[in-house]
Design a protein around this ligand. Structure first.
Ligand code: CP
Length: 337
């Protein structure tokens, strides 16, 4: 892992193929160790990890905390509702307080895009060594989710050697509310970065045409794209146009709170057109894997039969894999210095 060079993980736009290789290789090692009964490793002994979640979370927060404990780190958990935010303290000042307590890695989630980046810039300007790991910010980015999705897919295609190479030339269909999805944005960087072609599917109100240029080079904040050859992105408006060529399907949470913006007028119509059901699976390649980052709107993005009974529905596998993947991210950040 000598070539790892990121102090912070904010976005996957600046990830190279070798970064994806490092994360997947390490995650596979951590997953194998857990399987042999090794639950705790001393790698991060003496390090302090803080989960600074200003927005709610079940999977990301708890799996990061478990990953940190599995590496023997000390873990601090911030609770927005009982914090001094209620007294008017800003998120940036809150972050600096945790930095002053000596935290080595701050995992930050916020409903506004770019709060983790602002915190990382402030830490850098203050000369502190603390790393920032984006746990999901607004509509912008959710890098650890995309990396665990990548690992889950790679492992599905090759159990023993889940490398980025296993994703190359695969066609991944991403269905649903792309516009409001930070998960979809991060997956676009990682999947095309590993050479997969991505088909996006959704109604125009949730999938504007300009997503076709999403990974146009150079990525934001970089001089040049570190990935020399990316997979292609295409857009379809109708599931039946894409399902026969897909090697995997990722569905996304329909952000029902957005219904207030009248982006979806009829939930039944959405379900009929974009839900993954037994009928849809019959028209796909045999044993096609189905992923969803959670939380799931049961019966809207995925039918209960697919969620509970379909052998290749990988939703729980994604959650299980989140622990070794997040262990690998913490390990790489903590061992940079
Ligand atoms: N997938 C995901 O980010 O889930 P949580 O909101 O529960 O963390």
């Amino acid at each position: 892992m000598d070539n790892w060079r990121h102090k912070h993980i904010i976005d996957l736009a600046d990830f190279s193929l070798s970064d994806y290789e490092s994360v997947l290789e390490l995650a596979n090692r951590f997953k194998s160790l857990t399987k042999t009964g090794t639950k705790r490793l001393p790698s991060l002994q003496g390090k302090l990890i803080t989960t600074l979640f200003f927005e709610s979370s079940t999977r990301t927060k708890n799996s990061f905390e478990l990953a940190a404990k599995r590496l023997s780190a000390d873990v601090q958990s911030f609770s927005a509702s009982t914090s001094s935010l209620s007294k008017g303290e800003t998120p940036l000042d809150t972050a600096m307080s945790y930095t002053a307590m000596g935290t080595n890695i701050l995992i930050v989630r916020h409903s506004s895009s770019n709060v983790p980046l602002q915190i990382a810039n402030m830490i850098d300007n203050s000369g502190k060594e603390t790393s920032v790991l984006n746990g999901g910010d607004g509509l912008h980015s959710h890098p650890s989710q995309a990396l665990l999705d990548l690992f889950t897919l790679a492992k599905h295609f090759n159990q023993d050697s889940p490398t980025p190479e296993t994703i190359k030339n695969k066609t991944i269909l991403i269905v649903g509310d792309i516009l409001h999805s930070r998960v979809a944005r991060s997956n676009l960087w990682s999947l095309t970065g590993c050479g997969a072609d991505v088909i996006l599917c959704g109604p125009k109100s949730l999938l504007p045409d300009n997503f076709i240029n999403f990974v146009s080079s150079p990525p934001p904040g970089t001089q040049k794209d570190l990935v020399s050859s990316r997979g292609k992105i295409s857009i379809i408006r109708n599931l039946s146009e894409g399902i026969s060529s897909a090697d995997a399907i990722m569905t996304l949470r329909l952000q029902r709170e957005r219904m207030e913006d009248n982006l979806i007028t009829n939930i039944e119509n959405y379900r009929n057109n974009f839900a993954i059901t037994e009928e849809v699976i019959k028209r796909c390649k045999k044993n096609i894997p189905i992923l969803h980052p959670g939380p799931v709107n049961r019966g809207i993005e995925l039918s209960s039969t697919i969620l509970d009974d379909y052998q290749y529905c990988l939703v729980n596998e994604q959650v299980c894999n989140s622990i070794p993947v997040r262990m690998s991210l913490l390990y790489l950040l903590a061992n940079l210095k």
